[in-house]
Design a protein around this ligand. Structure first.
Ligand SMILES: Nc1ncnc2c1ncn2[C@@H]1O[C@H](COP(=O)(O)OP(=O)(O)OP(=O)(O)O)[C@@H](O)[C@H]1O
Length: 268
């Protein structure tokens, strides 16, 4: 179990992105930087500590930088500057082999649109991370079948993804992430494509599993109700900047600015 530390992360899209950092440091907004330089500020100077064993929510409007930030944790995105540490491991400094190993053993991801391989069965999808890691086939099967049972998909092992409903597909996504047995699970709006009732069931299931498994879950949502239900703490992003980090109660009673206050007022 390892804490995640993000230190001074900026991500600037566009030519010679680093040249805009001094402008941001002088107080220019992301919009002004875009107008003046053509560079899009994905993230600016993010410092964040995510303790092991938390469900930590990333919250913010569309385009605020949630996905960009979370994709730094498994290095699907490299920062323009700054570093990511998981425990003692400097993720930013890993070479290709180290990164492969890190992704196989330490961090898995659940995607909004499920990310299942359509030509593989439910069980083969759930086995995927274990196969890539070279786990012997009987153990792959044992683990996959176990986790499919845990998420309520016992009996569906030999089905294909297109034979399942959206909620069931996302259960396969969950089983695949859990079978991978990583201590960090990244979830990028995992339930936003699902009906409200199915969504509630899966939210509760993740919380129940988390209480047993004690993983570090970084959960992206743009839904404040979901963030308040799921998150031990919530990070609020606005235009690539980290506005506030706190428990749902702290955000509700002490919002750092109007942006946070408006979100909190919109929650029931
Ligand atoms: N490859 C890219 N090139 C240029 N700009 C990008 C790129 N990827 C992301 N951005 C910009 O970075 C900003 C943050 O995007 P990001 O997808 O992280 O936001 P988000 O909060 O996850 O949004 P959503 O909720 O819509 O997924 C946006 O302004 C986006 O347009």
């Amino acid at each position: 179990m390892s804490d995640i530390h993000l230190a001074g992360i900026s991500k600037i899209y566009g030519k010679n992105g680093l040249r805009v950092l001094p402008l941001l440091a002088q107080g220019m907004s992301s919009r002004e930087v875009l107008a003046a330089t053509g560079c899009q500020v994905g993230l600016y100077d993010i410092n964040l500590h995510i303790p092991a064993g938390e469900v930590f929510c990333m919250m913010g409007l569309s385009g605020s930088g949630k996905s960009t930030l979370v994709r730094h944790i498994n290095r699907l995105i490299d920062p323009s500057c700054g570093s990511v540490h998981v425990g003692d491991l400097n993720v930013t400094a890993l070479d290709a082999a180290g990164l492969r190993e890190y992704r196989r053993r330490r961090v898995s991801m659940v995607f909004q649109h499920f990310g299942l391989l359509p030509h593989l069965t439910v069980q083969q999808n759930a086995e995927y991370a274990l196969r890539v890691r070279g786990v012997p086939p009987p153990q792959q099967a044992e683990q996959a079948v176990y986790w499919l049972g845990e998420v309520g998909l016992g009996g569906y092992e030999q089905h294909y993804p297109d034979q399942l409903s959206g909620g069931m597909r996302q259960r396969v996504g969950l089983a695949r992430a859990l079978a991978a047995d990583t201590d960090i699970v990244l979830m990028d709006e995992p339930f936003s494509a699902l009906d409200p009732l199915i969504r509630q069931k899966l939210q509760q299931q993740v919380l129940d599993l988390q209480a047993r498994l004690n993983k570090t879950i970084v959960f992206i949502t743009h839904d404040i109700e979901e963030a308040m239900l799921m998150g031990s703490r919530i990070a609020m992003l606005n235009a690539g900047r980290l506005v506030q980090v706190g428990t749902p109660t702290e955000l509700r009673h002490h919002p750092a600015d109007d942006y946070v206050a408006e979100f909190m007022q919109s929650a029931r």
